[in-house]
Design a protein around this ligand. Structure first.
Ligand SMILES: Nc1ncnc2c1ncn2[C@@H]1O[C@H](COP(=O)(O)OP(=O)(O)OP(=O)(O)O)[C@@H](O)[C@H]1O
Length: 216
């Protein structure tokens, strides 16, 4: 996927991204680093079609994502992208199994959901916890369930915004290893927003944002 000359301002006038260019190759793992407020999370949301740039273009698989309708962008996000955020943002009323199955159930693939969820949960060492609710497991286990949910539907791109930010160093390293292994097995590209140099060092390429644009 590629982004050219992206600019975005929030409704209050804050210019968060200004003239940003970025390319994410097939299967590539990329760290997006840079100081607080430099526009990393906003750029992630523009690339993922959550926000639409005021200027510039985001292309994904030969099509303009930034020019697509809201429904089409939602469909691409649900079927072809996976997401991990700092706080695992699982649905509290659902069990871990139901949370992990969600991307498959929402796209009409309920048939495979049980097996796929169990497979990915066992890779992450949480298969014994699948009947518990998020409040009944640890923060690290919640984050593993969020990683499972991000990859269960075999997305082409996984977007992760400070995925290890709420974990201690060792759990964070382990979670990143799992995210990298799962992305590689599934052929997904991976974009990780991170402050952590150790996390950035685990990825194949690192770019730095400064004042809303990307400095290679
Ligand atoms: N909803 C919002 N409304 C107005 N301004 C916002 C909003 N969200 C972010 N901003 C501003 O946009 C700029 C970029 O924010 P962004 O969250 O993209 O930076 P970041 O590099 O991800 O920061 P951090 O590392 O602290 O998470 C900042 O100046 C921020 O204050």
């Amino acid at each position: 996927m590629s982004a050219r000359s992206l600019s975005y301002a929030f409704p209050d006038g804050t210019v968060a991204v200004s003239g940003a260019d970025l390319t994410l190759g097939l299967g590539e793992t990329l760290a997006l680093a840079g100081p607080s407020g430099s526009g990393k999370s906003t750029l992630l949301m523009l690339l993922a079609g959550i926000l639409v740039p005021a200027e510039g273009v985001v292309d994904f698989d030969g099509e303009s994502l930034s020019g697509a309708s809201q429904d089409e962008r939602a469909r691409v996000r649900l079927t072809r992208f996976g997401f991990v955020f700092q706080s695992s943002d699982l649905v509290p009323e659902l069990t871990l199994r139901e949370n992990i199955e969600l991307p498959l159930r929402l796209t009409g693939r309920s048939g495979a959901a049980g097996d796929e969820a169990r497979d990915v949960a066992s890779r992450l060492g949480i298969e014994e916890l699948l009947d518990r609710h998020p409040a009944q497991v640890s923060g690290g286990q919640r984050q593993r369930a969020a990683l499972a949910r991000a990859v269960v539907h075999r997305p082409e791109v996984v977007f992760a915004d400070e995925p290890t930010g709420a974990l201690d160093r060792e759990s964070g390293r382990r979670a990143m290893e799992l995210l990298l292994a799962l992305s590689a097995e599934r052929g997904a590209s991976l974009l990780v927003v991170t402050h952590d140099e150790k996390v950035a060092g685990m990825l194949s390429r690192r770019v730095v944002m400064s004042d809303g644009h990307v400095e290679e």
